[in-house]
Design a protein around this ligand. Sequence first.
Ligand code: SF4
Length: 338
Amino acid sequence: MNHNLLEVKNLKTYFFTRNGVVQAVDGVNLALRKGENLCLVGESGCGKTATALSILRLIDSPPGKILGGEILFHDEDLLRCPEERLRQIRGREIAMIFQDPQSSLNPVFTVGDQIAEPLKLHLKLNSKEALERARELMEQVGIPQADERMKDYPHQFSGGMKQRVMIAAALSCDPEILIADEPTTALDTTIKAQILDIFHDLKQARNMSILFITHDMGTVAGIADRIVVMYGGKIAEVGTTFDIFDQPAHPYTQGLLTCLPNISAQQQRLTPIPGTIPSLIDPPSGCIFHPRCPKRMPICDQEDPPEVFISDEHRVVCQLYKQPVTSPGKTGDTHSAQ
Ligand code: SF4
């Protein structure tokens, strides 16, 4: 039985710039299951946000263009459905929270009105009902004195409180899927922990599916059910949180983990991944990670690496796993990373 709520298949999103064609998302396959928290991780510029924006067809065109693939939501292809249908889905069935709440909130409307707006639009509530629901939502995301604060404007809120407002607005229509694009990046550590607690509670209380995008492996460890690691517009590895943190297979994932501080190991220094992310206008041949890979082999710059199934849940795109290995599980089979 297919429990996937959302399936992204062979998605290609390119940006046509004066300097050349940026292959921001190049053949991405992933799936979001009912009630799970799927984290999409990777360095800045690896295609995470472009993937998320493509799901709701929010890529600015020009310069961006979705060139191919499928995005199946309840078996409906979002890349091919009419714009009017997509407007019904956005906010009502799939909601998105952006990195910078300041630029996402309208400075000339009160936050109460902004949370109430999708309730009027999608659920056809009248103003009184919508504002009452907005007040309840503000309380649920931990905004004190919601009665008073809903009459305030965005500039009267701190960064953390603005992000709570964005979460309340995104939750207003009780969407099945919440896409959160780096929602804690602009926040300090204590506020970040509070916002992550809200995401944790949401998943428990609403059985919501969350696609959480971040470059921060430390954040991922606390909230993910499964993790998709992206590099250079492509999927590098997919697995459960245990797979990725305890048995990372891709050299890039291994590199990301060595960048994390480990107090218990009394680590003296962090080990960064050498080099920088490649140009996606003229990406390296073969495996796009090969210029930075400590385990590269002669074949790595010649051929695209295969996608290999290490276990039922754990997949990696790398030449190291081309040959069957004895454990664990099914290495040697190739499957699409879902
Ligand atoms: Fe490294 Fe080669 Fe695997 Fe790429 S395919 S990650 S270069 S070992």
